[in-house]
Design a protein around this ligand. Structure first.
Ligand SMILES: Nc1ncnc2c1ncn2[C@@H]1O[C@H](COP(=O)(O)OP(=O)(O)OP(=O)(O)O)[C@@H](O)[C@H]1O
Ligand SMILES: [Mg+2]
Length: 661
């Protein structure tokens, strides 16, 4: 009975509570309604969360993935900068977490004092008893004393450090195998790692970016040792300024670099034909231009025209018929303390004539030529005095006439050999006044339409002209010499290139030397000197025949050699000072259209089709299909609705009930 009563009572109270709840329901505040609604709905955490986490003795299974966390219990006695690089750049992705806890020096000093006293006592008692002193204790005492010294002076601070590594894999076998490799790598660094057995959950939580150290397995460290654990590794090359060169193939980071931040801004690019050298330098030119760097290019293959047109640059086609002329006798007109500008000009003219005469010029002929050159300038009123150097420079013809008036036999011989460039078949190329200028911020000089024998001469002449102009006004510039082996074939022009590389820094110029004949380039002394005068070196795919000398010059490791032999198009190694990074050159679709030399892409573009057009067409088609489908559905629904409204409805149900609202 009592029980029954009680039950009834309970039921009554229950119904009262229910009624109260109902009442509350009726006047729910909008906030709590929102909360209630949110509780019953999916949120982003529900979507990304795994269905379950299974905690095992030695690993966790999170959804379909297996993870295991190791902690570091022992550290090496000595470490150098970047010593953790092998773990940070490990082949599989790892989650590494490091915790740094500052400790007050006072407490540490007290402990140290006690510890030092203990160790000294041990050593003293050993010596008193005639025992050999334990070298381990001796070493520890030395360390402790030097640390005490540093702490007292305030040179070092004291910290505690903990380090955890979480490994992830899709299967348990994979997890075990990666764990073994991580342990081996850590072992090679003299790190003692242990599995966080029975604490896998806390260990895992300690390596997710919550900044929670749930294991607290720490090791004492002073500031210097601690600094070496910072994960700045050599294969990272991301700076805050500069342009994007590509992707880092080791860890997927971006290679952003400012070549002007190095001691010189010169670059060499070496690779076999078709490896993507020109693609890379075009990309660099385009991106540098956007950041206000002037770009000058020597283009022996007519590859840069499309790019020049797209960026509003100037494309100078240097050929007998194009009307573009450069006078080799132009003087820069800048005066530098201690530099004889005319003397330098005459030196470079000597080089030019050597190339013109195919390097067959005797010493006595050279002496006569020198005399004639000085006299020719003098006739125009130009001397070593800088104030005279603004006058109009002579032409090739003036030199020719000067040679004819000279008494020496050699002079007449030289004049005769020069004749073909003034009156003969090759006239009007090198014997006219300059009519180009470097006002545009993107200038390309093409020499493809010249005969093979004239090409090196023209490249030399253009380079000399550019160099003259560069010296005139200081600007951030990049000078790209594609297919540089045209110049490196001849010792004199090679020397000229080397001269530019050496002095470029002074004029805020970055010289880019691109070549596919790596072997020939490196065989010459000037070639090697250009490499050593280039802070940035980029190697893309190499020919097996060239890899030997390349690895000698660039000190490549076995792995790097293998990478260069098997690299795909646009893949290679980027050296900036001491940094070596594996790079993959990437361009956007728009950039690709401007710089590709792939005949298939070019044909498509020439036909007026954009490369993306196919894609756009497809998207358009899909969009149209979707639109049609939508229209059809709308129509169908409307028809059905009309039908229902027409039919007599005894329920009184109105389908389109807008009036009630
Ligand atoms: N990173 C890249 N991504 C996509 N395509 C590329 C890349 N690099 C190069 N290519 C393509 O590969 C081809 C060869 O490239 P490129 O002309 O730059 O080679 P190269 O090394 O300059 O050869 P060569 O020594 O004959 O001048 C071109 O069709 C170019 O469009
Ligand atoms: Mg090329």
């Amino acid at each position: 009975m009592i029980n029954l009563f009680k039950k009834k009572e309970k039921e009554q109270t229950k119904s009262i509570v229910l009624n109260q709840e109902k009442e509350q329901d009726n006047n729910i505040s909008p906030e709590s309604a929102k909360e209630m609604l949110a509780k019953g709905m999916l949120d982003s955490i529900d979507i990304i969360a795994p269905s379950a986490i299974q905690v095992e003795f030695d690993y966790l299974q999170i959804g379909g993935r297996y993870v295991r966390t190791l902690f570091v219990s022992g550290y090496p006695r000595f470490v150098s900068a970047n010593w953790l690089a092998p773990l940070i750049n490990f082949d599989n992705s790892l989650d590494l977490s490091m915790f740094y806890y500052p400790v007050s020096s006072k407490g540490v000093l007290d402990d140290l004092r006690r510890k030092i006293a203990e160790m000294e006592a041990t050593i003293n008692s050993d010596t008193e008893h005639g025992k050999v002193v334990d070298p381990g204790v001796k070493a520890a005492l030395e360390d402790a004393k030097s640390l005490q010294d540093q702490l007292v002076k305030g040179v070092e601070r004291f910290f505690q450090f903990s380090f955890y590594i979480t490994i992830g894999a899709d299967t348990l076998e994979e997890l075990n195998s990666i764990t073994k490799r991580v342990e081996a790598t850590a072992g090679s660094l003299l790190l003692i790692t242990k599995h966080a057995s029975l604490q896998m959950e806390q260990a895992f939580q300690s390596t997710i970016p919550y900044s929670l150290d749930k294991l607290m397995i720490t090791r004492n460290m002073d500031t210097t040792s601690l600094a070496t654990t910072f994960p700045f590794t050599s294969s990272e090359l991301t700076s805050t300024t500069g342009i994007l060169y590509g992707m880092n193939m080791h860890n997927g980071s971006l290679i952003i670099f400012d070549r002007f931040s190095m001691e010189n801004a010169n670059t060499v690019v070496f690779a076999k034909s078709g490896a993507g050298k020109s693609y890379l330098v075009k990309l660099e030119a385009l991106r540098s231009l956007m950041f206000g760097t002037e770009v000058i290019i020597i283009d022996p293959e007519n590859e840069y025209e499309r790019l020049a047109n797209a960026v509003g640059g100037e494309y100078v086609n240097f050929s007998p018929t194009s009307g573009v002329k450069i006078n080799p006798f132009d003087i820069s007109g800048v005066y530098e303390e201690g530099v004889n500008e005319l003397g330098l000009k005459i030196l470079s003219l000597h080089t030019l004539f050597k190339i013109l005469f195919n390097h067959e010029i005797s010493n006595s002929e050279e002496a006569v030529l020198d005399k004639a050159l000085v006299a020719t300038y003098k006739l125009k009123g130009i001397t070593a005095d800088p104030s005279t150097q603004g006058k109009e420079p002579p032409l090739m013809e003036d030199l020719y006439k000067m040679l004819l008036t000279m008494e020496e036999e050699e002079a007449h011989a030289l004049a005769e050999r020069m004749e073909r460039y003034i009156k003969g078949s090759l006239a009007r190329i090198f014997d006219q006044r300059t009519n180009v200028n470097l006002n545009n911020s993107f200038t390309v000089f093409s020499v493809r339409d010249l005969e093979d024998q004239l090409r090196p001469i023209a490249i030399f002449l253009i380079l000399d002209y550019i160099w003259t102009r560069i010296k005139k006004d200081l600007k951030k510039r990049i000078l790209i010499v594609d297919e540089a082996w045209y110049l490196m074939k001849y010792p004199d022009s090679a020397q000229f290139m080397y001269g530019i590389a050496k002095r470029a820094r002074k004029y805020y110029l970055g010289l880019t030397t691109v070549t596919q004949d790596v072997q020939d380039f490196l065989d010459t002394d000037h070639g090697k000197a250009i490499v050593t005068n280039s802070s940035i070196q980029i190697l893309l795919k190499q020919h097996p025949a060239a890899i030997g000398s390349v690895s000698e010059v660039f000190y490549l490791s076995q792995g790097e050699k293998r990478l260069l032999l098997s690299a795909g198009i646009g893949e290679g190694i980027f050296f900036a000072g001491t940094n070596h990074v594996a790079i993959k050159v990437v361009a956007s679709e728009e950039e690709h259209q401007l710089i590709t030399t792939n005949p298939e892409d070019i044909l498509k573009m020439e036909k007026g089709e954009s490369l993306k057009k196919d894609e756009i067409d497809k998207k358009e088609q899909i969009r149209n299909l979707l639109k049609e489908e939508q229209e059809r559905l709308k129509k169908e629904m409307k028809e059905q609705r009309d039908k229902v409204q027409e039919a007599p409805t005894d329920t009184g149900l109105v389908l389109d009930d807008t009036s009630n609202n």
